[in-house]
Every structure is written in structure tokens, then in C-alpha cells.
Design a binder for this molecule. Structure first.
Ligand code: PLP
Length: 443
């Protein structure tokens, strides 16, 4: 028998977070923050609390009535035929990678400016992410650069609507059609976003949303949704989400197993027969438990009802910041092109180092230490991560590299920001730019 460990002797070396994603960037450095970065992207009130308590009293706590209604309401909100609630966006994108039958050695075109999840789901199937550089104004994949990266092994294009601004989908869909490729929209940042009047998640073959704590709407910190207009994918998506189960269809009375065994409903009292199921592979793929529970779905339903209000608040805040910082030499506000509904998951400020006469990091130090505004960067180009380099995956995306290492910072952005927070951010950016231009540096 092993000796019980003396707790006092166990040295804790990790961060305060579980699993590596911090819940705040609070530092012990004496800085008095006026606007801290927040890891809660939505607004919860009594409506979510009531929904949680009601759902907890149900008989079924997973994949029950709340999930069904959440899917229906989310699909209607996003103008798409089908929606499937999943445990998170990563599992949803993995399921879709299996659905597309992406095999070892296949290639998937993807943006480097995204959370690692978008590439992870490709790597999990031993396929190869092929990175295409971003547009320097939208920070989204540049459609003009996609075709040059297509080879006979390319199977799909995974796009990300970075920060809440949708990609230029028409040319992307045209390229996909020409080369017979699947398109996955990573909509983690983009609930309610629009492109030429069409919603995120309704244009590609599938869309996948995240309801993680810091997203525009959230289902108790984790959650996701797959959307599609393709009827023929309803069954395989449901099977891959839940253990490859193949259920009785309404009205079905007979089930013949491949071993020749037949289960047949002979009287109206044979309740156990339709409750049974078979298990089938989906084109050779074995599924998962990627389900969502009823409590999350109940919260999700309230969040769908609030989504227009939550989105309007973000847009109002985003536009107020842009107005307040427009015209500062060397500082570029977030770009909101015509024909798009930017939902401001992120507010991205870019420093143009030559115009400002200072580096992005010089600017950020002043903004943080002297102006009390805490910005952070998203995203390090995925191909720079050690794990991908070990696999020999490289890319040449100078715009994505300049964006992450030299230009961007994302301001605190959520719908609970107050008018004073917004004024503090605008003043902070103006002051930090002015000080940096005059050669002031934080040591
Ligand atoms: C662009 C993008 N894709 C995917 C994900 C993964 O989402 P989830 O945490 O729900 O798996 C995130 C989450 O941060 C994201 O920002």
C-alpha cells in the first residue's frame, strides 16, 4: 500500500486555473486596472437562474426537451435548417471532420489566426493543416490566397470569422465548389454575425459555434452547436455525437439485426422495442459522447432570446470605441466593412509601428501600466506551436505573423462594459499613443 501523501509537502507549481485556460489575467504587479480583461462574455440574470433550477427538476438531465428546443430556437435565429447541440466547439468541429471523412494525409486549408482548436481537430484525424495568410484589415483568411494552396489531397476549407467579422464567403464558396471541397465555418466568435444578409453558420456545409464562458453567448462556461442545411447529415451527425447509436424511427415496429435476429413490436404494450437501438459505424468512423446537458441547454435558450440585445450592446460599444480613437496616428481601429454585421466578439486595435514611432509592446506597456487598460493578443500563428513544428508543419504567413507579434491588441470587450469603461479605454489609447510617440517608455 502506498503511503498517504503529506499535503503540506506537495508543492503546487501550476497556475490557478484548471487545465491551462486562465479565468482572468489578474497579476500581482501593483497595477491599478480601470478596465480589466474579463472572461465572462455575456450577461446572466434571474432568467438563467430560473431556467437552471427548472431544468434540474426534470427527469432527464441530458439530451431532453431543453436540448431539442435550444437546437430549434438556435437554428431559427441563425436561419439554418438544422442545429445540433454539442459539448463544445472543438468536439463539434472534430465531429464534422469525421463527417467529412478527412483521412490521414488529407489536407485542410485553414487560417493561422485562430485558437488552436481549429487545427487540433484536423491533427486528431492525422490530416495536415495547410495555412493560408490573412487579410491585413479583416484578419480573416484571404480568399485570394486559397487556390494556390489547393492540391489533389485537399479535402476542405476551415474558415474562422475572426473577432465576430465574417469571412468573405462568396469567393470561398466558389473555390470550394470548383474544387469539390467541404467548407466548415468556425463560428466561435460569430453568433448573430451577418454577411450580405446571411447569418454565420448558414453558408458553409457546416457551422460550429462555441458557448465557452467568454463567447458572445454562453451555456454555463462550456458548450457548442453544429449547424447545417443538409438534411442527409442529420443522422450521421446525431450518430457521431452519441456513440454511433441508430435509433428507431417514429412508426417503426421492426428491427432486424445483421445476425438474423428480429425484434418486432407485436402488441401495443411492447414498449421496450422502440426504446432499443442499434450501433453502426458512420463511413468507418466511431463516434463519441459529445452531448450537451439539459442545464446548459436551458441557459442557452435564455441566451438565444437575449442574443439580439447582447449583440446590440457589443456593436454599440465597438462603434463608440472606433469613433473615440479614429484619427490617432499609428493606431488602427477595428474595421467594419459595408454589407457585414460585425458582432464585436473582440475589439482589435492595431499599432502601426512606423507611423507611431514605437512598438506595439511599448504601446501596450503604457496602456496597461499607466492607463489601466488590459488588452491581450489572439492568436499566435498556429504553425508556430511546438507540437506542430515537431510534425514538420510550417507555413509562410507574414501578415498573420506581423499581426500577432507586432500589430494587435484586443481590448476588454463584453456587454457589461460601462460608459465609463469605454471612456477610460478611449482616453487610455489616446494617452498611450501620445506618450509612446513622444518617446516615453515603461521600464
Ligand atoms: C476561433 C475559435 N475556435 C474554436 C474554439 C474552441 O471552442 P470551445 O472552447 O468551445 O471548444 C475557440 C475558443 O476559444 C475559438 O476562439
Amino acid at each position: 500500500m502506498s503511503k498517504p501523501r503529506d499535503k503540506k509537502k506537495v508543492k503546487f507549481t501550476g497556475s490557478d486555473s484548471e487545465g491551462g485556460i486562465t479565468s482572468s489575467y489578474a497579476m500581482d504587479d501593483g497595477v491599478k486596472l480601470k478596465v480589466p480583461y474579463s472572461f465572462m462574455g455575456s450577461i446572466y440574470d434571474e432568467q438563467e437562474e430560473v431556467a437552471v433550477l427548472r431544468a434540474m427538476k426534470q427527469d432527464s438531465l441530458t439530451m431532453g426537451p431543453q436540448v431539442k428546443l435550444f437546437q430549434k430556437e438556435f437554428a431559427a435565429q441563425h436561419q439554418v435548417k438544422h442545429a445540433f447541440a454539442v459539448s463544445n466547439c472543438t468536439t463539434g468541429m472534430h465531429l464534422c471532420t469525421q463527417l467529412f471523412q478527412i483521412k490521414p494525409g488529407d489536407e485542410v486549408i485553414v487560417t493561422p489566426n485562430t485558437f488552436v482548436a481549429t487545427s487540433l481537430v484536423i491533427l486528431k484525424e492525422n490530416a495536415i493543416p495547410v495555412y493560408v495568410d490573412i487579410d491585413p484589415r479583416t484578419f480573416n483568411i484571404d480568399p485570394k490566397k486559397i487556390e494556390a494552396k489547393i492540391t489533389p489531397r485537399t479535402k476542405a476549407i476551415y474558415v474562422v470569422h475572426y473577432g465576430g467579422l465574417m469571412c468573405d464567403m462568396d469567393p470561398i464558396m466558389a473555390i470550394a465548389k470548383k474544387h469539390k471541397l467541404f467548407v466548415l465555418e468556425d463560428c466561435a466568435h460569430a453568433p448573430n454575425a451577418e454577411y450580405k444578409g446571411r447569418k454565420a453558420g448558414s453558408i458553409g456545409d457546416v457551422g460550429v459555434f462555441s458557448f465557452h464562458s467568454l463567447k458572445n453567448m454562453t451555456t454555463c462556461g462550456e458548450g457548442g452547436m453544429i449547424t447545417t442545411n443538409r438534411d442527409e447529415w442529420v443522422e450521421p451527425i446525431e450518430a457521431l455525437r452519441c456513440m454511433n447509436l441508430d435509433h428507431y424511427k417514429p412508426g417503426q415496429t421492426r428491427w432486424e439485426y445483421s445476425g438474423g435476429i428480429v425484434m418486432e413490436k407485436k402488441t401495443k404494450y411492447d414498449y421496450w422495442i422502440p426504446s432499443h437501438f442499434d450501433v453502426k459505424d458512420v463511413a468507418g468512423y466511431w463516434g463519441n459522447n459529445y452531448r450537451m446537458n439539459e442545464i446548459q441547454a436551458a441557459v442557452g435558450r435564455v441566451q438565444v432570446r437575449k442574443l439580439d440585445m447582447l449583440t446590440d450592446k457589443r456593436i454599440e460599444i465597438g462603434r463608440a470605441i472606433s469613433e473615440g480613437i479614429r484619427g490617432i496616428k499609428g493606431i488602427t481601429p477595428t474595421y467594419e466593412p459595408k454589407g457585414y454585421r460585425h458582432v464585436y466578439h473582440l475589439y482589435t486595435v492595431c499599432v502601426e509601428e512606423e507611423e507611431l514611432g514605437a512598438t506595439r509592446d511599448d504601446f501596450m506597456r503604457i496602456l496597461y501600466a499607466e492607463e489601466g487598460v488590459q488588452g491581450i493578443q489572439h492568436y499566435q500563428p498556429t504553425y508556430h506551436f511546438t507540437g506542430l513544428r515537431k510534425l514538420g508543419i510550417t507555413a509562410n504567413c507574414p501578415r498573420a505573423e506581423a499581426f500577432f507579434y507586432k500589430r494587435e491588441t484586443n481590448l476588454p470587450m463584453h456587454p457589461r462594459l460601462t460608459p465609463q469603461n469605454v471612456r477610460d479605454m478611449i482616453a487610455g489609447i489616446r494617452n498611450a499613443a501620445e506618450k509612446a510617440r513622444k518617446g516615453h517608455r515603461v521600464k
